[in-house]
Design a protein around this ligand. Sequence first.
Ligand code: CTP
Length: 191
Amino acid sequence: TNMFCKSKESYKYYSELKTAASVSSEHIGQQFPNLFYIKFHRQTTETGDGIEEPIFIRDKYSKGITFGTFDLFHYGHNNILARCKNFCNYLYIGLSSDELNERKGKNSVDNYEKRKEVIECANLGDEIFKEESLEQKNDYVIQTGAEILMMGDDWIGAFDWVSCDVLYMERTPNISTTLLKTMMKILPQEV
Ligand code: CTP
């Protein structure tokens, strides 16, 4: 899975592990791409001669968060939520309110309750809450205690300002709500 992290150092670490993995899977226990739950967390250890050495801890995050409209839920949505879930033990999904969609000029086909119900059926998140405003991203991060915010790579760089780690993951190609909406318009009306 392609991923982009807020910290260059973490990304370098990830790439190095990936190279090591192609030589020996022993080093990290698993072959890529299965290893997509790295906690990019630095900790320093005292070496014998008193020099502090950084080491990376590799672990799942305990809480993660993602956001979206998830209108006309499709396999791209399912795919990203499944990957988010692989990075954390507890996944919060900030589902945009109908008012927020309207403000963005992107009215959803399904209303908030319907979109929420469909995500619940997919059973990939642990808690769904209403996202009322884009600017409040960091407030949601703080309120939930999320340690990582995950989004599709159409958002690269957009949320680097939040206080937790950020990960942008590759979008699933050739599917989007926009595409589905377009297709709905060209199909004949229901009889
Ligand atoms: N997403 C994805 N792959 C897709 C479509 C969406 O990984 N093919 C991700 C987005 O990057 C985002 C989340 O799913 O992190 C919710 O995206 P949303 O905007 O609700 O869905 P889109 O299909 O992108 O909707 P639109 O066409 O209206 O932009």
